[in-house]
Design a protein around this ligand. Structure first.
Ligand SMILES: [Zn+2]
Ligand SMILES: [Zn+2]
Ligand SMILES: [Zn+2]
Length: 201
């Protein structure tokens, strides 16, 4: 217990208090902060020196901030914000009217043919993901090109065309039938064919 290491009671040097207070907690727009005198050496706080720092209050911008941009089809919102903390000033929210699409001219994206409908589209200048498309009717053959049996292709082309083709085809094909498709009409041709077999042998 008499060891040299036991107690070396060096007298305390004493804190060296700063002259200026140190901010312990900064005030914000809405809440008070605090400050106190600290020791320059060990940063201890000096008792009884703590002071409140009053809340600063919001500092409102003069111009409104867009909270939600208006789109072609949806309204947006703007409001007055605090330039320090960004809080929205009560009662300042306003709707921004929807922009409406800004359509380009229609451009052909797929040419129509005699057999296939085409497509044209227009694109919104506000948002290129807004694309409208519409069908281009099939090309109609001019009078010289068209077959005699297909006069009015304007109204009911889809329903009429197959019928006219069906009615015309048997007539034209009937002449070729004996050569082309004997196997398809075995019943009709069976008798003459059997006679033909004799010739075949
Ligand atoms: Zn100290
Ligand atoms: Zn604020
Ligand atoms: Zn649009």
């Amino acid at each position: 217990m008499d060891g040299a290491t036991k107690t070396e009671e060096i007298p305390a040097a004493g804190h060296q208090w700063n002259e200026k207070a140190t901010v312990d907690q900064a005030a914000t727009c809405e809440s008070a902060g605090s400050q106190s005198i600290h020791c320059a050496v060990c940063d201890a706080r000096k008792e009884g020196t703590e002071e409140e720092i009053p809340a600063t209050g919001h500092k409102w911008n003069t111009e409104a901030t867009v909270d939600k941009a208006a789109t072609c089809e949806a309204t947006g919102i703007k409001s007055i914000h605090c330039k320090v903390c960004g809080a929205i000033q009560e009662g300042t929210e306003e709707d921004l009217p929807a922009l409406g699409h800004k359509w380009s001219e229609w451009t052909v994206s797929k040419e129509a043919t005699y057999d296939m409908e085409g497509e044209e589209q227009r694109i919104c200048a506000n948002d290129p993901s807004h694309v409208e498309t519409r069908v281009i009717e099939k090309k109609v053959k001019s009078a010289e090109e068209s077959e005699p049996q297909t006069p009015p292709q304007t109204e009911s082309q889809s329903s009429e065309k197959p019928e006219t083709q069906a009615s015309t085809q048997p007539e034209t094909q009937s002449q070729e039938e004996p050569e082309r498709s004997p196997s398809l009409k075995p019943k009709r041709r069976s008798l003459p064919k059997q006679k033909g077999n004799q010739m075949f042998l």
